[in-house]
Design a protein around this ligand. Structure first.
Ligand code: PGA
Length: 273
């Protein structure tokens, strides 16, 4: 049974002064059994969010994630954050977000190096993939996402089991749906989630072993109103939420809907014995 995960990507919003309160309020309003919750604030808010969640009874089940890491562990990289610096501050890390691919020129190879760094320090990675609108319209979305996966996971050919051990999560985020208010259709996102597992299986035997249990999230303008369309799909295991994740009522609604999916999965698993 795959987990149901709701991850909040706060992007470049909040300050250390307000992030802690927002995190604990969201934690209190989303305390739904069986849903894995993760909050990814800006780097400078990690310590405040982590401390506030640890100090609040409802916050203790909420994971904390970073939004990025550098592809080297340390070195002369002014202004960058290496994975070892996050130990004790974060348990998760987003890698390969489309905004970083776009704004920082991140390539699949570089993203693969970031994945390796995450694993080296025990961070659980959320690897983002997704196509441009023109690519979807041209019918090449699955090929584009498959190439992103092949490129970023190529370095794990010798040890794909390390990805499973680290609890790799993939987030399918069609670029045209991010921050636009326009979502993919649930059936299309579910088809892509299965295509992602198939593409990873195709990378080799060790990859095939991890694919069935791989959590795949949908991301792109997820709100309380749209969450159900994705969470009703058995192939989709949750959401990576941007804009709506800063809104307490939205997060309450999204996680409540995720709780229904998690409960249904648990009941189905119980019935299967
Ligand atoms: P959005 O962002 O929900 O604001 O579209 C999602 C993301 O970029 O992860």
């Amino acid at each position: 049974m795959r987990p149901v995960i709701i991850a909040a990507n706060w992007k470049m919003h909040t300050t250390p002064a307000d992030a802690a309160d927002l995190a604990t309020t969201i934690a209190g309003r989303t305390n739904v059994g069986d849903v894995v919750r993760v909050i990814c604030p800006p780097f400078v808010c990690l310590a405040a969010v982590r401390a506030a969640l640890a100090a609040s009874p409802a916050g203790q089940g909420v994971g904390v994630g970073a939004q990025n890491i550098h592809h080297e562990l340390s070195g002369a990289f002014t202004g960058e954050i290496g994975a070892p610096m996050l130990v004790g501050l974060a348990d998760w890390v987003i890698v390969g977000h489309s905004e970083r691919r776009r704004d920082a020129g991140e390539t699949d190879e570089l993203i693969g190096a970031k994945l390796r760094r995450a694993l080296e320090v025990g961070l659980r990675p959320i690897l983002c993939v997704g196509e441009q609108l023109a690519e979807r319209e041209a019918g090449t979305a699955e090929a584009v996402v498959g190439a992103q996966l092949a490129g970023s996971l190529a370095g794990f050919a010798e040890d794909p089991g390390a990805l499973a051990a680290a609890g790799l999560v993939v987030a399918y985020e069609p670029i045209w749906a991010i921050g636009t208010g326009r979502t993919a259709r649930g059936v299309d996102a579910a088809a892509m989630a299965e295509a992602i597992r198939a593409a990873i299986s195709g990378l080799g035997p060790g990859f095939a072993a991890l694919a069935p249990d791989l959590p795949v999230l949908y991301g792109g303008s997820v709100t309380t109103a749209s969450a159900g369309e994705f969470l009703a799909e058995p192939a989709i295991d949750g959401a990576l939420v941007g804009g709506a994740s800063l809104k307490i009522e939205e997060m309450a609604g999204i996680v409540a809907r995720a709780g229904l999916t998690a409960a249904a999965r648990r009941a189905a698993a119980g019935a299967r014995g």
